[in-house]
Design a binder for this molecule. Structure first.
Ligand SMILES: [Zn+2]
Length: 184
């Protein structure tokens, strides 16, 4: 696990992120918007730079025998380690759509019937705070062909014999999938 930054370092990040208001171009100032909570704020139009987590969607994609698909990541964070397929939510799509799109982009597999497994907050030193939404999805078509930019390899594994996975959210989602399907 990576240590979360203190609110002070989040404040320092905030100061680096924007110097000027993206609406009116006035130099931002640091304001204490609530006790001990500092934000960059525009003195002209009152725009506030919030530090929101980035939404990510992952899928526990299972085949007809209950095995789940894991990919060995080729991109940071955790390059070279096993994880659930997934990625960043795009504006204009639902989290279910993100889940199915990312699975298809990374593995050329089609899936359906997304069922919500959990919603998590997780910190990675590469992207900062993430909001991770996990679905179980049933693979319905396609043949496994990985996008080598995103993954080094992909494999179906039994949830009972997982390799090391560095994301607690993924492990919890897999555990909930097992509960859902009566595998434990
Ligand atoms: Zn402004």
């Amino acid at each position: 696990m990576v240590e979360k930054p203190s609110s002070n370092s989040a404040c320092a990040e905030a100061e680096e992120f924007f110097s000027y208001c993206p609406h009116c171009g006035i130099e931002l100032e640091t304001t204490e918007i609530e006790p001990d909570k500092f934000r960059r704020r525009c003195p002209g139009c009152a725009w506030v730079q919030y530090l929101n987590p980035i939404p990510v969607v992952v899928g526990v994609a299972h085949n007809s025998t209950g095995e789940i698909l894991l990919g060995r990541r080729n991109l940071p964070p955790a390059r070279g380690e096993w994880a659930l397929p997934g990625g960043f939510m795009e504006a204009g799509e639902s989290p279910e759509q993100t889940c199915l799109r990312e699975l298809f982009e990374e593995t050329a597999l089609e899936a359906a019937q997304p069922r919500l497994l959990g919603v998590y907050s997780e910190y990675t030193d590469y992207y900062g705070e993430l909001l991770i939404v996990a679905y179980a999805v049933k693979i319905t078509g396609g043949s496994l062909q990985i996008d080598k930019t995103e993954l080094q390899e992909a494999e179906f594994v039994s949830p009972a014999t997982l390799p090391a996975i560095p994301f607690p959210s993924h492990l919890d989602a897999i555990s909930r999938y097992q509960q859902l399907t009566g595998q434990r």
